[in-house]
Design a protein around this ligand. Structure first.
Ligand code: AMP
Length: 630
């Protein structure tokens, strides 16, 4: 057996030979002409000239060996429904969906926006797009009309696939009115909306534009839609993520590189085999959902569990009962969810037979030691932290236990994953930090490995300028995370270098929230910062200066206005972005040149020393904030 160090070294030093072998983990219609075309850095074209199809590899390919095996297990504790689809059934459903999309005018290269809860039809829609070479753009169902509208405008979808409603903790969230409002707000209008009616909320249908999925499906019940063989570099999807500006970025992913990266990760990171069962508790609206609810497990011929519901409803044993029932072998979740479970009676973990489980992978935010210790002792399986980003599509740092078993170190997501030429860089001069325990910006030398973003959708310039030019004198990809590396090559992540915050594993741009709050008539200025929180990792906190304070003279009035602002954020961006508190202040801390001192504000909110405040225009601004925070 090859050591991980050798495996890693080969992936960097003998890149083409290494990835040529990995390319064999998927089926190609035409073999690639070239493994990595890096003639125009930082744009990498992986497996150029090769033709393949993601849906073929995720579904059709398995029909010969496992047509009757479970492929997709859709469980909702919100609607108390449960249905397992075999690979043969999934194949049929995906073709029906593909035929419906084609009937609504979708062609290869067109965008299909998917705004859906965690129901099987969302998976059918994603796979159907991949099947016909359309580009899907999934928008998290928790986002509201304004977030949705900006994504519709950027993606310009031909068709939007949606549902009447989602449900969270027993509370129905109607999607259709939000969607209608978003289409109204957007300059781009889709040709058609395909709506899955779950019977949860009334949905007004606009004649000529809106189509009912059940009715259209019944007309395509025997549909046979062949897979479109597309170039490896054909865009499979875009997925929006927050950055430091108010405008979200459309992370654009290819087809062949993504398929190879995921198929290879299933083997080398997860040590997974066909017939195993994967349960990822994320949402299809996030990258983890794309890679490890839908594509990764299906590419590997596994069964994948799609779960709509909370981890503690009907009780905190629900996940473990799913593990027992479906003999789940691999679980993937986020530290926040584990912290939620940790507050419940530990008896729930002992009630079920979870002996099928071989590991729990956690990602999306820092994994703190008490959480890791608790879940490790409770489950008695390896707990494997992994660090990555929407942009990369699969882990940058973790332990590749499918190559060589390695021991976890608390607080560290692990070592650099094969294919990623990870470096720590001194941000001031661009020099690489080679010694152990030196703090630098975690960066990746190009080309990025297969599976990572090709570019920012329709904005190559933003791709280059944002990600590749932030470090002086070097063309190198910045993760915008601080990190250190110990003498054995284990990395530790020390937080973001920019104004992006991470709430319960969800990345949010503080600028986006600020722009939304500024939209409220009486707000003159606002600053949003991420503040440490024992459950969610971080929460957003807003500090606002009002134009007219005459109506805010007592606590009741301030509380009322705070509630109104929160509601405004809920309705515009979605509840995920809602600040935990909105404080009304006389002034925000700024430098003399007028730059907002977010880190000072954050330090005060976290009751830390704000450091040197001599450059501040008006240090007394801090006094009021300190008093408000108590
Ligand atoms: P997203 O693109 O939404 O997945 O957010 C990616 C960001 O989340 C990273 O840049 C990190 O700041 C953070 N992150 C993701 N995984 C981890 C992890 N395992 N440990 C620490 N931070 C993480």
């Amino acid at each position: 057996m090859v050591s991980f160090s050798d495996f890693y070294r080969r992936s960097i030093e003998d890149r083409d030979a290494f990835w040529s072998e990995q390319a064999d983990s998927i089926e190609w219609q035409t073999r690639p002409r070239q493994i990595c075309d890096y003639s125009e850095p930082p744009f990498a074209r992986w497996f150029a000239g090769g033709t393949t199809n993601l849906c073929h590899n995720a579904v059709d390919r398995h029909l010969a060996d496992r047509a009757q095996q479970n492929a997709l297990i859709a469980i909702s504790t919100e609607t108390n429904t449960e249905r397992a689809y075999s690979y043969a059934e999934l194949h049929a459903e995906v073709q029906r969906m593909a035929a419906c999309l084609q009937a609504l005018g979708v062609k290869q290269g067109d965008r299909v926006l998917i705004y859906m809860p965690m129901i099987a039809e969302a998976a059918f829609a994603m796979l159907a797009c991949a099947r016909i070479g359309a580009i899907h753009s999934v928008v998290f169902g928790g986002f509201a009309s304004s977030s949705l509208a900006s994504r519709i405008e950027d993606a310009e979808p031909t068709v939007i696939v949606s549902a009447d409603a989602g449900s969270r903790g027993g509370k129905v969230v109607a999607y259709k009115p939000l969607l209608d409002e978003a289409i109204e707000l957007s300059a781009h209008k889709p040709q058609a909306v395909l709506l899955v009616d779950r019977g949860l909320a009334p949905a007004a249908m606009r004649a000529g534009r809106d189509h009912d999925w059940a009715a259209l499906r019944s007309r395509h019940i025997d549909a046979k839609v062949p897979c479109a063989w597309v170039d490896s570099t054909h865009t499979s999807y875009t997925l929006y993520t927050s950055g430091t500006t108010g405008k979200p970025k459309g992370v654009q992913r290819d087809t062949g590189g993504y398929a190879v990266a995921l198929a290879s990760s299933m083997r080398h990171i997860f040590d997974a085999k066909p017939g195993d069962t994967y349960f990822c508790t994320s949402d299809i609206g996030w990258v983890v959902g794309h890679s490890y609810i839908i594509y990764g497990p299906l590419l590997a011929g596994m069964a994948t569990v799609m779960y709509e519901g909370l981890p503690i409803r009907p009780d905190a044993g629900i996940w473990w009962s799913i593990v027992e029932k479906y003999k789940v072998t691999h679980m993937f979740s986020a530290p926040t969810a584990v912290r939620v479970l940790k507050k419940q009676d530990p008896e729930y973990l002992r009630r079920y037979d979870i002996s099928s489980l071989r590991g729990l992978w956690l990602a999306g935010e820092p994994l703190d030691e008490p959480t890791a210790q608790w879940i490790s002792q409770s489950l008695q399986v390896p707990i494997i932290d992994n660090y990555w980003q929407t942009e990369t599509g699969w882990p940058i740092l973790t332990l590749c236990n499918g190559v060589e078993k390695q021991t976890s170190r608390f607080g560290s997501p692990g070592r650099a994953v094969y294919g990623y030429n990870v470096k720590l860089i001194d941000e001031t001069n661009g020099e690489e930090l080679l010694g152990p325990d030196q703090k630098g910006v975690l960066a990746i030398e190009g080309p990025l490995p297969p599976g990572c973003l090709q570019t920012v959708w329709r904005n190559d310039e933003r791709f280059v300028n944002t990600y590749w030019k932030s470090i002086p004198g070097r063309l190198i990809y910045s993760t915008f995370d601080w990190g250190i590396r110990d003498k054995d090559g284990y990395y530790f992540i020390l937080g973001r270098t920019d104004d992006v915050i991470n709430v319960a594993g969800h990345r949010l741009g503080t600028r986006e929230i600020e722009e939304c709050i500024s939209g409220s008539a009486n707000i003159a200025e606002v600053a949003v910062v991420g503040v440490a929180d024992s459950l969610k990792g971080q929460v957003a906190m807003a500090f606002a200066v009002v134009r007219d304070a005459s109506g805010l003279t007592d606590d009741a009035a301030r509380l009322k206005y705070e509630g109104e602002i929160m509601k405004h954020v809920d309705s515009q961006l979605g509840a995920v972005a809602r600040p935990a508190r909105v404080f009304f202040v006389n002034a925000l801390p700024k430098t003399r040149s007028g730059k907002l001192l977010r880190r000072t504000l954050q330090a005060i909110a976290e009751k830390r020393d704000p450091g040197d405040i001599t450059t501040m225009e008006d240090p007394t601004a801090l006094q009021q904030i300190k008093e408000l925070l108590g």
